[in-house]
Design a protein around this ligand. Structure first.
Ligand code: AGP
Length: 620
């Protein structure tokens, strides 16, 4: 959600923290702030509303100087984006500065007590209580570390917290509670850095030839970083012997590789994402699918009686596609549901229920909570995820990793494509294992998947087409995306991409439902994007398109190459190549992503960091 960076060392802290915050902006960008402990030990604070580069605006003056500091980029939960609510938050005496990621669930009760004790608050945030709690501890004679640990024991909720003290102690404390926010730690000679995520550590890690060793805090753990080293403790102050893990360049390095936006780069990486998701899972000689990372035995698979797929946002759309694939090819009843709804129901989950959770980040709070519920009820849980070591990956019985490479654009693209690929593999694998898919059908499906990277690559080569169409549609303020069957969730995904990066109103609807209400919206000011590939429901979608045209609606249809008949009835056409039905969702996704991207560009939107959003939603 929010991003935290802290540095202690021999170099000027400002540029290191600033660079780290820029790399964490995908986590939130409602406000930013940096605190530097100056050479005389004084706390120097600079904050801004909006993005990190606002900290550097003309007139801001020279950067605060010093070799220890903390930074924060915020995704607002408690309190609107404002200067006062921006982190770091300081105590009454400006001795302590705190940054926070997550929610202090008991902050009201703590705040009331602290106010009664004379503490004055300057913000509307829950986070500020943390500063006052540390201050309170120190006022009672505790050391900074002891007061920080005491604060950690008093707060409820999932969060990551870091604090620095004025003076010459040159130490930063950070802790993690629950699953909402990670803290990673790296050190090199005489310096150490902490961050919410690996890219923040780059300034230190890149000084080493093969990246480096990184410590990952678990819930209930704390770290104290100084120039002399790193000390891990629990919240009682007991030493923890933590084994850092070697991280690769790929996990840490992120750049746009010459593309204007991360989102475009990630869209262009989709052929590799699909190929990578299939690596070592598809035998293209025997034309079978094998999932060595699937955690359940042939016997357990044979005994399954239903499959439930869960996720949020784009991952929910993937789950809905997966539901069609599993139902069609594995012979098992399948359902898909938003994790944020599922977790508050009391669904029947038993040892014969397979739950498939999907998430790019593996940190989405609703998905993680739903997964925990499945575990508690004794279900079988497999997780499709892009982030190794994430909360989700640790809860699941096993993980089918996407291997799409880090995704920075807040709008998910290549991880959606990787999810669809893995869901195809899963459906085939279950069908094979349960004897539902015969060899010929399995081989036909595998042959289809083998073509996917090339077909997606061909679609990506048509950039000029999408740019041109975006110009035709940029003036519309309302869009209806229609699709049927396995492509209905792709209509939802097309609408989600458009609304999240262009701020244009767009709805994804099952085409057959249109006549039950949304048809009242159709006029010449409503743009309809109709997904009408040549599949088993083609004729039905054609009827729905005609219903829109009969009411003067503007229609952009996504059709299969060669479909001149329906093309003649609509206003504009985007083509996908002829392909087997299980590949069509992957192919249709590409034009919809690029249409959304180009409309957002023409509307001058911040494509990589759209307003109000964050890459991982670790609040409920
Ligand atoms: C995708 O474009 C969105 N930004 C969002 O809906 C996202 O898919 C959702 O928050 C779930 O994230 P996850 O895949 O990391 O769980």
């Amino acid at each position: 959600m929010c991003g935290i960076v802290g540095y202690v060392g021999g170099q000027e802290a400002w540029p290191i923290i600033y660079e780290g915050l820029r790399r964490l902006e995908y986590r939130g960008y409602d406000s930013a702030g940096i605190v530097i402990v100056g050479p005389q030990g004084a706390i120097q604070l600079r904050k801004t509303v909006g993005k990190v580069d606002g900290l550097d605006e003309d007139g801001a003056g020279p950067h605060p100087s010093g070799t220890i500091g903390l930074g924060h980029t915020r995704w607002a939960t408690h309190g609107r984006p404002s200067y006062e609510n921006a982190h770091p938050h300081t105590d009454c005496q400006q001795r302590i500065a705190v940054v926070h990621n997550g929610i202090v669930e008991n902050y009201l009760e703590l705040k009331r007590r602290l106010m009664d004790a004379g503490h004055e608050f300057g913000s509307e945030t829950d986070s500020e209580v943390l500063t006052h709690l540390v201050e309170e501890g120190m006022d009672r004679g505790l050391s900074f570390q002891e007061a920080f640990r005491r604060m950690g024991r008093m707060v409820k909720g999932s969060q990551a917290i870091s604090a620095v003290l004025q003076g010459d102690s040159a130490e930063i404390c950070a802790l993690r509670l629950g699953h909402a926010g990670g803290i990673v730690v790296a050190q090199a000679e005489g310096q150490a850095i902490i961050g919410s995520d690996l890219p923040a550590l780059l300034p230190i890690l890149q000084t080493k030839s093969n990246m480096g060793q990184v410590g990952f805090l678990e819930s209930g753990e704390m770290v104290v970083v100084t120039r002399g080293g790193v000390e891990y403790q629990d919240l009682e102050g007991n030493h923890i012997d933590k084994q850092p893990r070697m991280v690769s360049q790929e996990e840490v390095l992120v750049d746009k590789a010459g593309y204007r936006h991360f989102m475009l780069k990630e869209i262009m990486e989709q052929p590799q994402a699909v190929a990578s998701a299939m690596r070592e899972r598809v035998d293209f000689e025997t034309r079978r699918v094998d999932l060595p990372d699937f955690p359940f035995s042939a016997q357990e698979i044979a005994e399954l009686d239903r499959v439930m797929l869960i996720g949020c946002g784009t991952s929910l759309n993937a789950a809905r596609v997966g539901r069609h694939l599993v139902e069609r090819y594995s012979g098992l009843p399948a359902e898909a549901e938003s994790a944020s709804e599922f977790r508050y129901r009391n669904p029947y989950i038993g040892p014969r229920t397979l739950v498939v959770s999907i998430g790019q980040s593996g940190e989405t709070a609703d998905t993680v909570a739903a997964m925990q519920m499945v575990k508690d009820k004794g279900g079988k849980l497999v997780n499709i995820c892009n982030s190794e070591g994430s909360q989700a990956s640790r809860i699941a019985d096993g993980n089918l990793y996407m291997r799409a490479g880090i995704e920075i654009g807040v709008a998910s693209t290549k991880t959606f494509m990787a999810s669809l690929t893995i869901l195809n593999l899963l459906a085939i694998f279950l069908g094979q294992s349960r004897g539902v898919l015969d060899t010929a059908k399995t081989q036909e499906m595998v042959d289809g998947l083998a073509q996917a990277p090339r077909l997606i690559g061909d679609l990506l080569a048509d950039a000029a087409v999408y740019r041109h169409l975006a110009q035709e549609y940029v003036g519309f303020d309302n869009f209806l995306f229609l699709g049927r069957g396995i492509n209905a969730p792709i209509a939802s995904e097309g609408a989600l991409k458009l609304k999240e990066i262009s701020y244009v109103h767009a709805e994804g609807y099952p085409a057959g439902e249109m006549k039950h209400g949304p048809i009242a919206l159709i006029d010449d000011a409503m743009a309809t994007v109709a997904l009408a590939p040549k599949d088993s429901l083609y004729d039905k979608v054609v009827n729905n398109v005609k219903e829109v045209k009969a009411r003067d609606g503007q229609v952009l249809a996504v059709l299969t190459e060669g479909d001149t008949e329906l093309a003649a009835d609509v206003d504009h056409v985007l083509y996908i190549p002829e392909a087997p039905e299980h590949l069509i969702p992957l192919l249709i996704t590409v034009p919809l992503q690029l249409l959304a991207y180009h409309i957002a560009l023409l509307r001058d939107r911040d494509v990589d960091q759209p307003r109000n959003l964050a890459k991982s939603v670790t609040v409920e």
